[in-house]
Ligand binder design. Structure first.
Ligand SMILES: Cc1cc2nc3c(=O)[nH]c(=O)nc-3n(C[C@H](O)[C@H](O)[C@H](O)COP(=O)(O)OP(=O)(O)OC[C@H]3O[C@@H](n4cnc5c(N)ncnc54)[C@H](O)[C@@H]3O)c2cc1C
Length: 465
């Protein structure tokens, strides 16, 4: 660290939002300090969220496929598999990521400061090191990118030994025989289906009738059917009043209707809370909104001039992908550099088994806005690639305006959904007509051909208007 404690930009947190803000500001010639309290760089995205869960998913898919070919390969997953074996490549992935990030930040002359940040005023931050030393830094502008942590409801006795949250679930030593998953959101759906694919008996419980309520029900039904087909149990419209370790052999989830559901372990995925407790935001005259988040305007500036916020700390969509862009934009706005257009067409990727992804309006949302809309559907079992690869449990849906011309949204369920969605995203960003998918020649055989089949479905319906 330099002796001079005056910076153009101070950034709190080295997750996707903080990193991109730091890189962008430093590459434009500003003097930047990135303050991170943990030893590692990358935030929960790299160490507790996105990358670990996707590494486990990759191996769960391998196990699932191996099981399908078990007779051929004479394969059987041994009892008591250590979870570490199932995320065996994780350390390599993390090390490669950490090295790459550190080099990139150093190359761009970002000063990395290891310590806890706390506001002293709206321009001054105190850093407390692991050894307890304190020093202060001042910044012309400050970007808060300190992320979020899992919410622990009072009635769920999370102990990180029997009852876990999404940050601690991968610290389980062994793959349990059974797992209760509380929640029906993205993280709950991802982990429930991943563990079920690994052969764990998973019971997923949520108060809503279907998980992932922001998607159309035909997609979530495909997900639930796939989950049940693997052996999972979905308990919708069920309110858990209390969950605890019985001190002997099981975790018990008690429900409002008097049932007791038993499991070896439990994962509570009940949303996330902004990491602001130790930030001393009141010293900078910053306030939290009623959801405990930091509010920002369209430029990602808080209510205090010169203080910006990006990533999970400002709330939805709470995705690594969106956080990175918010971090970059916050830096641009703070330094008066044009950030470019902010598109609100952000794809959502749900890495459950099977995968789900959506962009633009769902059919339900489109009907609310436009009344009658045209919807084209292609099922993967009707696409040559789907049959060849055995990816039959999937569908792609294009939602069009009432005239059946303008693409309003795309939703996909099935393997490859999170990659395929970007074709739809580009169509939406370029205001494309649905005919574009019919007029284009797609590689054969590919899953992307589903776009053409769904578009043809719409064109046929259009003729009958
Ligand atoms: C299980 C799981 C799976 C996910 N999967 C996906 C996915 O597939 N795709 C996707 O796009 N997103 C996914 N996400 C979401 C994604 O991880 C987050 O949206 C993203 O990490 C948010 O980035 P961030 O920079 O805002 O914060 P974070 O990544 O949380 O980083 C914040 C950093 O700030 C540091 N910090 C906090 N307070 C202080 C302080 N006072 N001083 C110094 N440092 C501090 C923290 O140590 C941390 O390193 C997933 C999340 C979870 C939990």
């Amino acid at each position: 660290m330099s002796n001079n404690n005056q910076y153009d930009m101070l950034i709190v947190g080295s997750g996707p939002a903080g990193q991109k803000a730091a890189l962008h500001a430093a590459q434009s010639g500003s003097r930047v300090a990135l303050i991170e309290k943990t030893r590692e760089l990358g935030g929960s995205c790299v160490h507790r969220g996105t990358i670990p869960s996707k590494t486990l998913r990759e191996n769960a898919l391998r196990v699932k496929n191996m099981r399908m070919n078990a007779e051929l390969a004479n394969f059987e997953l041994p009892e008591d598999v250590e979870l570490a074996t199932l995320i065996n490549r994780l350390n390599d992935v993390l090390l490669a990521h950490d090295t790459y990030m550190r080099r990139q930040l150093e190359r761009s002359s970002v000063e990395l400061i290891h310590g806890r940040a706390r506001f002293i005023s709206s321009t001054e931050i105190e850093v407390i090191t692991v050894a307890g030393e304190k020093f202060s830094l001042t910044g012309e502008c400050i970007v808060i990118a300190c992320g979020s942590h899992p919410h622990h409801p009072d009635n769920i006795a999370i102990d990180h030994e029997h009852l876990f949250d999404s940050d601690s679930v991968l610290s389980m030593m062994y793959l349990p025989k059974s797992l209760i998953v509380l929640g029906g959101g993205v993280i709950a759906s991802e982990y429930a289906s991943i563990f079920q694919a690994l052969g764990v008996e998973v019971t997923m419980i949520d108060k809503y009738p279907l998980p992932l309520g922001f998607l159309d029900s035909d997609l979530t039904e495909t997900f639930v059917n796939g989950f049940k087909h693997m052996g999972g149990t979905w308990l919708g419209e069920t309110v858990v009043t209390r969950a605890y370790w019985n001190g002997f052999d099981a975790v018990i989830a008690e429900t409002e209707d008097g049932r007791q559901i038993k499991g070896e372990k439990l994962l509570c995925a009940a949303g996330r809370i902004a990491n602001v407790k130790e930030l001393g935001i009141e010293n900078a005259n910053l306030k939290l909104n009623d959801r405990g988040l930091i509010s920002v305007d369209e430029n990602l500036q808080t209510n205090i001039l010169g203080i910006y916020a990006a990533g999970d700390v400002i709330g939805p969509p709470s995705l690594a992908s969106a956080s990175m862009e918010q971090g970059r934009r916050a830096a641009c706005n703070a330094l008066d550099m044009p950030p470019g257009i902010m598109h609100n067409i952000i794809p959502t990727g749900i890495y459950s088994i099977p995968e789900l992804s959506s962009v633009g309006l769902s059919e339900t949302q489109a009907r609310e806005q436009y009344g009658r809309v045209l919807v084209g559907v292609a099922r993967f079992d009707e696409i040559a690639r789907g049959q060849i690869s055995g990816i039959q449990n999937g569908m792609l849906k294009i939602v069009c305006d009432p005239a059946g011309k303008k693409v309003l949204g795309v939703m996909i369920v099935g393997e490859g959904a999170t990659e395929l969605i970007h074709i739809g995203q580009m169509a939406l960003l370029s205001d494309a007509r649905v005919d574009l998918f019919v007029e284009s020649i797609f590689n054969f055989p590919t899953l992307a051909e589903a776009y053409r089949a769904a578009a043809l479905d719409i064109v046929h319906q259009r003729k009958k208007l």
